[in-house]
Design a protein around this ligand. Structure first.
Ligand code: NAD
Ligand code: G3P
Length: 325
């Protein structure tokens, strides 16, 4: 049986490992040996409360779990992906590596697939993304995701390997579109949370979601994505989930910004760094990304939600579609 390793024992890596181990040979690898040993004993991950780890799932900090695997799912946060790949290059080279994180590297402005290509040119990058809360996947609730791979044959093979009866995978060859949809929806979810948290109402939230989606498409298409990918699970689908649910950390972070409340810095909020990365990309490419820029300024503490929203309202009136006159 194909051996799968999930690298990164946070909420999402653990959820994927729990879902896959029902039918596959899976190991869950985490970098923190004492934490992994505690998890092996208690069969609980504090980052995924209420979920019992099946007895059949090995949880380990032993790097052999990575070397022994034929396929590795990378479930570490986007800003840590490059360091993880560099640290474990000999174990990962030449393998299909499935990026499960959602973000743009703030240092390089690369998405996960380019990060993999640069760090490990011999590996085959894939992207697994779409609307999914870790707790839902771990509980076996129905979920549909996008699996992107430039190689059609390998994409179809990995699709069959990683799908489960409850986790339905659609495949695409559009890596850039899939990963940018997942990364950029977090930025817009922060904007939507900030809007609601600041008391500006659900109509304003719908406007931000829609105009934010226009920005996601504007940037992604310029970077080589296909429009239909952005319209699918990895773009619109994930945006709808993340920008409307308090199950999302990005949305909750936005709520806290809107309410001027503190937010726990230990919680993974991918959209914060990605807003800054996307704003830089937009600046370099000369793109109009006002919502993204507003989120970047909010995250950096250079504006507040009321001022940012007023600036959006004060912009010159324009056609709704980029293509319209
Ligand atoms: N939680 C979800 O519902 C969910 C769903 C879909 C996608 N994702 C994505 O998955 C990624 C991880 O999110 P999460 O929810 O698991 O976060 P998390 O905060 O629960 O866990 C992150 C894990 O990454 C580990 N880690 C950090 N740096 C590392 C490194 N250099 N090497 C190895 N491990 C490292 C941490 O120890 C921690 O266990 C994010 O990009 C997120 O957007 C999360
Ligand atoms: O909790 P968030 O905001 O990181 O969102 C989790 C997933 O990306 C939703 O698809």
């Amino acid at each position: 049986m194909t051996r799968i390793a999930v690298a990164g024992a946070g909420a999402f890596g653990t959820a994927l490992a729990v879902a896959l181990c029902e039918t596959r040979d899976v190991a869950l690898w985490g970098r923190d040996a004492p934490a992994m040993s505690a998890m092996a004993q208690s069969r609980v991950n504090p980052r995924l409360p209420g979920v019992s780890l099946p007895a059949a799932l090995p949880v380990t900090a032993d790097p052999d779990a990575l070397s022994d695997a034929e396929v590795v799912l990378l479930a570490t946060p986007a800003q840590t992906l490059r360091a993880f790949l560099d640290d474990h290059a000999p174990a990962l080279g030449g393998k299909p590596l499935v990026a499960c994180g959602k973000g743009i590297d703030l240092r390089t402005l690369d998405g996960p697939s380019a990060t993999i290509r640069r760090a490990l040119p011999s590996a085959l990058p894939l992207v697994l993304t779409g609307p999914s809360f870790a707790a839902d996947i771990a509980r076996g609730l129905p979920t549909a995701l996008t699996l992107a791979c430039a190689d059609r044959t390998e994409g179809a093979r990995l699709q069959a390997l990683l799908a489960t009866p409850a986790l339905r995978l659609y495949r695409t060859t559009d890596l850039v579109g899939a990963e940018l949809g997942g990364a950029l929806k977090n930025v817009i979810a922060i904007a939507c949370g900030a809007c609601l948290g600041g008391g500006f109402g659900e109509s304003a939230r719908a406007a931000l979601l829609t105009r934010g989606f226009a920005e996601m498409q504007r940037l992604a298409l310029r970077l080589g994505a296909r429009s239909d990918t952005l319209m699918g699970l990895s773009g619109l689908g994930d945006l709808v989930l993340t920008a409307t649910s308090e199950g999302s950390r990005n949305y909750r972070y936005g709520l806290s910004l809107g309410r001027s409340e503190p937010f726990d810095a230990a919680v993974t909020v991918e959209g914060a760094a990605t807003a800054r990365a996307a704003a830089r990309l937009g600046g370099t490419l000369g793109l109009d990304l006002p919502v993204t820029e507003a989120v970047a300024e909010l995250v950096e503490g250079r504006t507040n939600v009321g001022t940012a929203l007023q600036r959006l309202l004060d912009r010159p009136l324009r056609a709704e579609q980029d293509s319209a006159d």
